[in-house]
Write a protein that binds this ligand. Structure first.
Ligand code: SF4
Ligand code: SF4
Length: 360
């Protein structure tokens, strides 16, 4: 059994059902097996050596690992960690879904979660980056391939502050780890990071952030892009914009890593910020995480639409700090942008390079 799947932890659940009031999946599907309480019962059954049926597999696979249940659980049960442990148990028994098997094959074959054969650094408008630097920008699969303009804007803005990139970055490992599979890309990335001599790794992806921080050895500081931007806000000489935006907390930036204030401070240095109905610890998940977007796309989209109901009235633009949230909220009809898009719009005219043009 995996270390995280400890029966004492599962037995801490007093079956009060409080988690049902917040679980975004339970809200959409309404089955007991899709609340944290139900998932813990399935995990307990696995620990007893039980064989999971289709409903039990779906119970464990449909959790977004958003952790809002952990936030309010009176018994302080760490359900997402236990659910991930149960997923590892399934993986060790060879019980992988078709979507998980495809993901694993894609990453093994191409080094990225999207199965792209293209050059991962095609987004770089500035080809010259130092081999060694104080900090590394870890772009991640989604920004490298789906939002290359976000990666380009980010590098053009932070490169003058002593930042380089990895010449041969691969998937951080998050999509596999969150679905219970051990990735083989971590050692490769580690070697690359070590070769740069960097003491800090910066990323603008919530999944990469959690993984670099919690699943890589603690050899370097990990900063979210919002923390780095906040630290250097005076260097950027941003010009205020007369607009109002809202901010969506990605689960793996907010609840999982308590990065609530830095993105808000960067936004407030630029324009007005109006909060969403659920924010900070109470922010509802966009529905994209934990492998749910690839495994259950319709459910994922339903959760994203539900999140859009939390928008303040008269505010359209949702700023966030994770490409998966940008994608899921945009696919649900929202106007979601990355924090770096907002920063790029607020740069003084002369500082706007080719990678930092507004819009995306
Ligand atoms: S809130 Fe906590 S204790 Fe209550 S049912 Fe959910 S996981 Fe169990
Ligand atoms: S982590 Fe989120 S999706 Fe998973 S059981 Fe808890 S509230 Fe539901």
């Amino acid at each position: 059994m995996t270390e995280e799947l400890d029966i004492r932890e599962i037995l801490k659940c007093v079956r009060c059902g409080t988690c049902r009031s917040v679980c975004p999946v339970f809200r959409e599907l309404g089955w007991e097996s899709t609340s944290a309480r139900g998932r813990l019962m399935v995990a307990g059954h696995l620990l007893d050596g039980g064989l999971p049926d289709e409903a039990a597999l779906a119970s464990l696979r449909s959790c977004t690992t958003c952790a809002i249940c952990r936030e309010i659980c009176p018994a302080e049960v760490d359900s997402p960690r236990l659910i991930e442990g149960a997923r590892r148990e399934l993986s060790s028994r060879g019980l992988l879904s078709e979507a998980q098997l495809k993901l694993k094959t894609r990453i093994q074959a191409t080094g990225n979660s999207l199965g792209e054969a293209r050059d991962r650094l095609a987004w770089m408008t500035e080809k010259e980056v130092p081999d060694r630097a104080e900090a590394v920008y870890f772009a991640g699969c989604l920004n490298s391939y789906r939002y290359p303009q976000v990666a380009a804007k980010t590098l053009s803005i932070i490169k003058p502050l002593g930042v380089t990139v990895l010449k041969n970055e691969r998937c951080c490992g998050s999509p596999l780890l969150r679905t219970g599979i051990a990735p083989d890309t971590i050692d490769h990335n580690l070697e690359q990071i070590r070769a740069t001599g960097a003491e800090t790794v910066i990323t603008g992806c919530a999944g990469c952030y959690t993984t670099l921080k919690k699943d890589y050895p603690p050899e370097f500081e990990v900063l979210s892009l919002s923390e780095f931007l906040e630290e250097h806000i005076s260097d950027l000489k941003l010009e205020p914009l007369d607009i109002t935006v809202t901010y969506h907390d990605p689960c793996h930036m907010g609840r999982h890593n308590r990065i609530f204030d830095p993105p808000r401070r960067v936004i407030e240095a630029i324009c007005n910020l109006e909060e969403m109905k659920g924010n900070r610890e109470e922010a509802r998940c966009c529905g994209g995480g934990g492998g749910v977007r690839s495994g259950y796309p319709d459910l994922s989209l339903r959760m994203a639409r539900r999140r859009l109901e939390d928008l303040p009235s008269n505010v359209e633009t949702i700023v966030t700090t994770c490409p998966l949230c940008v994608k899921n909220l945009s696919d649900a009809g929202g106007k979601a942008i990355d924090l770096i898009d907002l920063v790029a719009q607020a740069l003084p005219e002369h500082a706007r390079g080719s990678g930092s043009s507004p819009g995306h």
